[in-house]
Design a protein around this ligand. Structure first.
Ligand code: MLT
Length: 256
């Protein structure tokens, strides 16, 4: 038995069956934009975020008191929904005290796929330090699950996984090709992350929709200390051990 817990990366939801997760923490990563939006919603006072896989499932909550329907397909707001998936839509008090029901192309699907894990949390650059502190304090085997794009590898989630590995690897046992590759990608991109992310297919999709500011926002580190954790099918704020507050991991100069 290794002394340290294992930190591993799954580069696509399609590969998840290769990783037993029932005893692990799974960090679902969809930097652009689902997991960033989840952090924003909880940070802005949403009571919880219910991730659902299909539009039909989301529709079942229509008209329920205190519930807000949100979601996108291919980056565009779903017709008839109150909100899309831009983090900016959930600021300025609109979600305070509300329950957000969210369906997205990849991020909410990845959460559903991982739901039988010991614990499921959501990771994004905007909660990077809070998330990494939480992972270290849990000290459990952890899988970083990149949501990718329709089961394909993507750059931005892999770069994020590499950042987690780089900044926490002294606390974990890290020993896989995927983790090695993700860390290298992060180290190559961290001085000019926007330049790298501009090469990604989802950047082009979002740029086409005129929401480059969303991308810039999603690459900003440490805007919140919220760690969304899945409990009874909904994401809520995890308890953060305050004694770890002093420990801070600096991502270095990101230049979105
Ligand atoms: C997703 O789940 O694929 C997304 O977060 C897409 C987006 O809205 O940018």
């Amino acid at each position: 038995m290794p002394d340290k817990a294992i930190l591993e990366v799954c580069l696509s939801p399609a590969l998840l069956p290769l990783y037993p997760v029932d005893d692990k923490v799974v960090v679902v990563v969809d930097v652009l934009r689902a997991t960033t939006t989840m952090c924003v919603a909880l940070d802005q006072g949403a009571e919880k975020v219910i991730p659902v896989e299909t539009i039909e499932e989301c529709m079942r909550y229509r008209g329920k008191e205190n519930h807000i329907l949100a979601g996108e397909r291919n980056g565009r707001r779903v017709e008839g929904f109150d909100f899309g998936n831009s983090p900016f839509e959930f600021m300025n008090g609109v979600v305070k005290g509300k329950i957000l029901v969210l369906t997205t192309t990849n991020g909410t699907r990845a959460i559903k796929l991982a739901q039988d894990a010991h614990q499921v949390v959501a990771g994004a650059f905007i909660n990077f330090s809070a998330l990494t502190r939480w992972l270290i304090s849990e000290g459990r085997d952890t899988l970083l699950l990149c949501s990718g794009w329709r089961n394909k590898f993507n750059l931005e989630d892999t770069i994020f996984a590499g950042a987690v590995i780089h900044h926490t690897k002294e606390y974990f046992l890290v020993d896989s090709d995927a983790a090695f590759a993700a860390e290298k990608l992060y180290l190559n991109s961290r001085r000019n992350m926007m330049h790298f992310v501009k090469q990604s297919s989802h950047y082009r999709r979002l740029a086409h929709l005129g929401v480059v500011n969303d991308v810039k926002y999603c690459l900003r580190p440490d805007l919140t200390d919220v760690v969304p954790i899945l409990k009874d099918g909904a994401l809520m704020k995890a308890d953060i051990r305050r004694d770890l507050e002093g420990e801070f991991f600096v991502l270095g100069p990101l230049r979105p």
